[in-house]
Design a protein around this ligand. Sequence first.
Ligand SMILES: [Zn+2]
Length: 108
Amino acid sequence: MAQATVSQTRKGYVDRRALGEEMAALGCVRQAGDGRYVVLSPGSGNAYQVTCHPWGSWECTCPDRRYRNAFCKHMWAVKHYRGEGEDYFEPEEEGGEETKGDPWARLR
Ligand SMILES: [Zn+2]
């Protein structure tokens, strides 16, 4: 049960990151001010406001962020837009060894 939750969360990171990269590549990110961005969801046509505070915390107006507190695909899109797509959660990725080396498995 707990294991399934963890792997879903990990998968969520990867999916959001890939989606964000795609959105950035599609030009869905617009800078709206200092540390403020508007990100368009190509699927739904919704636009969300992403704020990147100088002290390193992130905000997004989408439900994924507000209700699930996820690092959502819009924030990922901004990360990629800013050329920072590789430096977040990097220690957990380990070159795509998803099925095998789950670091959480060592934690009982
Ligand atoms: Zn979002």
